[in-house]
Structures are given as structure tokens and as C-alpha cells.
Design a protein around this ligand. Structure first.
Ligand code: SF4
Ligand code: FES
Length: 236
């Protein structure tokens, strides 16, 4: 089959504003991924088409983009899961500055991630065997949140992010959960203080866009609700 695409193009060195360009890719099959289609365009039609990818297997999180209005990973999206009878519209992730075509500047996304201190904080010396152990039950509480690959699909799909560029956003707060609920970590209160601020957890209005966008099917909203409960039940 053949597929039609409309891809947002923008080269800041020569374009005054972004515009859509049409492409047709012939002889594709249903089991191609969107990334394969983009590669075909780049290799056979227009070498200037610019997008970011690395692993091509849903691990690195670098090829988030908006496809037919929803944030997706190009390497994990099969053509059979898109309506290929209609033109496929491909745009960069929303609300981040475009560097070129489908590549966005992730600086603000990663700055917010840093704000929640995304690392284990424990100032006591490790036990003699060198490992800080935890029970399977305690580890299981972290597994889902630890699946995050930092693709930014959730944060950039959130209307609260669109209206407030300082909002920490779901990905950063999910990372906070991952350490707040880690029995080996000593900085839960410090992180909860960071979330309990005007640009923090209370700007999550349970809209669920993040869950729909997440390629790892993480129930982000549930994790944020646990943080809200924990903050609300703290003694002042
Ligand atoms: Fe991507 Fe999901 Fe992590 Fe958000 S929570 S950054 S959508 S993997
Ligand atoms: Fe690594 Fe898609 S290229 S997640």
C-alpha cells in the first residue's frame, strides 16, 4: 500500500515559521513502524528531514512526536494501528521549542526533572555487603514508575503544561514518586516540599492525557494521586 503524510517542517536558518510538507511513501506494509516510513522519506526522498531517534526499540525515549494529534513514539507505532486511508499528520512534541523539523529542545523538560532530585539520597554508610536491600513487596511499589523512559510524551500532552511553562509536569513528578516511595531513600520530605508548591502537584487536574500518551502504559495519574494523598496527610 501507499501512505500519505503531512510533516511539519521548520529550519530556523531559512524559514520564518513552520509549515506542512506532503509526502507519499509507496509500497509500505502494515507491519512498518512510523519510524520506518520517516527513514524511507529521509533516505529516498529528502535527506534534510530531521528527527531524533536512537534505539529504535522503545527504550531510549528520543523519538516522541505528535501523530494525528496524539503524542507517540515513532519506533513503537505500527502503521496497522493508524488509519492509513487518511493522511498521517506528524508534528514535533507540543509546547517545546522546535530546533529543526521534528526535533524539539528538551532543556526545560530535563531541568524540571532535575528539580525533583532524581537520584537516591541516603547519607548513612551502606551495609557491609555493600547493598541496601529492600523487600520484594517494597520494590514492587516502584516497578511501574521505574519503567519511565523520559520521552516527554506525557508532560507535553498535558494542558496544565501548555498553560504554565513552569509546571513541573507528570514525568518529573512520577520520578519524584519513584524515590519518595523507595524505602532506601531518606529525602521523601524534601521532595514532597518541592511538589507542594504553586507549580507542583496541585496543578495536576487529573485530565488523564498523560496516561493516554505514555508509551510504557504507566498509570501516571494514579502515582500522582498517591503523592497528593501523602502530602495532604503530612503533619504541618
Ligand atoms: Fe514518557 Fe511515560 Fe515517562 Fe511520561 S511517564 S516520560 S510518557 S515513559
Ligand atoms: Fe528509542 Fe524510539 S528510538 S524509543
Amino acid at each position: 500500500m501507499d501512505v500519505q503524510l503531512k510533516i511539519l517542517r521548520y529550519n530556523p536558518e531559512k524559514d520564518t515559521q513552520p509549515y506542512f510538507q506532503d509526502f507519499t511513501v509507496k509500497n509500505v506494509s502494515n507491519d512498518w513502524r512510523l519510524l520506518d516510513v520517516l527513514q524511507e522519506i529521509k533516505w529516498q526522498q529528502d535527506g534534510t528531514l530531521t528527527y531524533r531517534y536512537s534505539c529504535a526499540h522503545g527504550i531510549c525515549g528520543s523519538d516522541g512526536m505528535k501523530v494525528n494529534g496524539k503524542n507517540r513514539l515513532a519506533c513503537s507505532l505500527l502503521l496497522k494501528d493508524i488509519n492509513t486511508k487518511k493522511t498521517i499528520v506528524v508534528e514535533p512534541l507540543p509546547s517545546l521549542p522546535i530546533i529543526k523539523d521534528l526535533v524539539v529542545d528538551m532543556t526545560s523538560f530535563f531541568s524540571k526533572y532535575q528539580v525533583v532530585k532524581p537520584y537516591l539520597i541516603n547519607n548513612t554508610p551502606p551495609p557491609q555487603n555493600g547493598e541496601r536491600l529492600q523487600s520484594n513487596e517494597d520494590a514492587e511499589k516502584l516497578f511501574e514508575s521505574a519503567k519511565c523512559i523520559l520521552c516527554a510524551c506525557c508532560t507535553t500532552s498535558c494542558p496544565s503544561t501548555w498553560t504554565n511553562e513552569n509546571y513541573l509536569g507528570p514525568a518529573a513528578m512520577l520520578k519524584a514518586y519513584r524515590f519518595v516511595y523507595d524505602t532506601r531513600d531518606d529525602a521523601a520530605d524534601e521532595r514532597l516540599d518541592i511538589l507542594d508548591t504553586p507549580d507542583g502537584i496541585w496543578r495536576c487536574h487529573t485530565i488523564f492525557n498523560c496516561i493516554e500518551a505514555c508509551p510504557k502504559e504507566i498509570n501516571i495519574t494514579w502515582h500522582l494521586s498517591q503523592l497528593k494523598k501523602r502530602i495532604s496527610s503530612r503533619e504541618m
